[in-house]
Ligand binder design. Structure first.
Ligand code: FMN
Length: 180
């Protein structure tokens, strides 16, 4: 049964990308800034066969700096209709290979490219929210890959809730039921 649940996890994550309106399109990414936990919403862009999760960002952003210092991260997904929560723990890797990034860049619509081309880095104080300047010839786009090491699945339901811990050991995932 835990294998069925693991398959469901995979399917739901993939649906987050392919199904319009699926709540797993977004997740809360947790990083550490020293010993202070930081969270923010990001868009799930890709799920690889061994469940690596990818998102796009500006390589100057604080989250990237935090990952460079400590690449242990968390990703939190919640499906309100199905009452499913996924807590993912993993190691993040900043993908900076220029060729690979160029390929992806070409697929990003012009209006979305602005997210990675501000002249000033994300988080810098400005006087007015309009009048932001954008680069036209270069960008600060990068991709981050999260390699999960632990996934906790929780589904609230009757007559009993389901809570399963999946651990990746020597490349293989194994699941254990937990008291919800
Ligand atoms: C719906 C939504 C989706 C977002 N998606 C992304 C994303 O995919 N990548 C990203 O870097 N920031 C995204 N953001 C902005 C982040 O939540 C965050 O504000 C920003 O990246 C700065 O984070 P940092 O200062 O912790 O690096 C999104 C915000 C919202 C509200």
């Amino acid at each position: 049964m835990d294998q069925l649940i693991f398959q469901q996890i995979k399917n739901e994550l993939i649906n987050g990308i392919v199904k319009k309106g699926h709540p797993f399109k977004y997740f809360a990414l947790g990083t550490l800034s020293g010993n202070i936990p930081c969270q923010r919403t990001v868009v799930l862009r890709k799920v690889q066969p061994n469940l690596q999760l990818l998102f796009y960002t500006d390589k100057r952003s604080p989250k990237v700096e935090q990952i460079r210092r400590n690449n242990t991260v968390s990703a939190l997904f919640y499906h309100p209709k199905k009452m499913i929560q996924l807590q993912v723990e993993g190691k993040a890797d900043i993908k900076e290979n220029p060729e690979m990034l160029r390929k992806i860049w070409k697929s990003i619509p012009a209006k979305s490219r602005k997210d990675y081309t501000t002249v000033l880095p994300p988080g810098i104080k400005i006087d007015q929210p309009d009048g932001i300047e954008y680069l036209t010839e270069s960008d600060h786009f990068c991709m981050v890959e999260i390699q999960p090491t632990r996934i906790e699945y929780l589904k609230l339901k009757q007559p009993y809730h389901l809570r399963v811990e999946f651990l990746k050991m020597e490349g293989e995932w194994s699941g254990t039921f937990l008291i919800p």
